[in-house]
Design a protein around this ligand. Sequence first.
Ligand code: LCS
Length: 407
Amino acid sequence: MYNFDEVIDRRHTNALNTDGFRDYIFHADETMTFPYKDEEFIRMWVADMEFATPDVVVDGIRERLEHKIFGYTRVFEKRYYDAFSTWCQRHYDFHFDRKELVMSNGIVPALYELVEYICKPDEKVLFLSPSYAYFKHAAEFSGREFVCSPLNNSDGYYTINFEDFEKRAADEKTTLFIFCNPHNPSGRVWKEEELRRLAEICEKYGLWVISDEIHCDLLRLGQHHIPMGKIMPEYKRLITCMAASKTFNLAGMMISNILIRDEELRAVWLDRHYNFDNPLSIAAVQAAYEKGEPWLMELRAYLDENFRFTERYLKEHLPEAGFRISESTYLAWVDLSAYFEPDENLPMFFAYKAGVLLEGGNMFVQDSDCFIRLNLACPRATLEEGLCRICEAVNTKHTEKYMGEQQ
Ligand code: LCS
């Protein structure tokens, strides 16, 4: 019913995806040039989608536009809570009290604030690696040290090393665990047993837990997300972050949900946070939660097929690439250690040799050498072209290397 094959021109919309890649990926300015024009790149990097947000969301924004006044705004009405909490109840059988809900312009800005409110200057932030780099940035932003507990990687399936995690959690200077649930970049949807063991360790050492569940709606069909809030129903030091931004392609709307259980921390937040919201963003998210489910189900089926397509394509054209269909997210995490040395700058290689913008292991803190992360939330034709260019570039490099060694 929805057309995920539509190719939408995003130029001239101030999109980070089209116009911000030099700065974000290469820390360079507009003087950086490539053998490709900007519009010739296949863009498989930052985590937003090439798909249109559903009509119900656009209609929600339009209805709000008709009110014609956009003065100072904040989520005051219960309708927003009703929309979001009904979503959580329906999808995750998860209930939270209205008073726990505070709004933020994004989960990343919330992380930056929360680290500062929770950790004293000499305290440390713990997370699992590889990791979404902003967990590290959030610690560093307020001068806190970070500690990684490396995940085990067994043939592309990531699991938690609980002995290592407990050792690090036991450090009395480690007071906050930022948990990515589901996990970016691997896409793991943590199972109940894994969540229980993590929760047990966090409770034993009294850690604060921020459970970043931004990817929780984007599951492969058949997968089920369990909010940490259900595993730790009474634990006050738990903060849950969720948003419609990834789910409905609304990251630019800059609005996300933060559930703070601890009253004292919530008071600090309400005191120090800049507590205003964008009226169009509220309308967009409310409409998404109230009416967006049919679209999401079709999106998930389309993404599932993009993952299967990628699996088939890589098997045929890049057989030594390590790839496993992610349990969640639209992000494919591909191990190219059979083809590259650990010090290769992969985003640079693929931008120059393939005309593909992607994220490399160097962007995921540690334990991610030789990996690339591909954003598969694009029309299948775009995906096919991107994969074709990636495989060709790697195979050409391999052939050249082989010929070089023969001479
Ligand atoms: N948390 C996680 C785990 C994410 O993956 C992202 C976006 C965010 C938070 C951002 O939340 P926001 O501030 O927009 O509410 N992930 C991105 C990524 O992996 N590449 O580009 C964005």
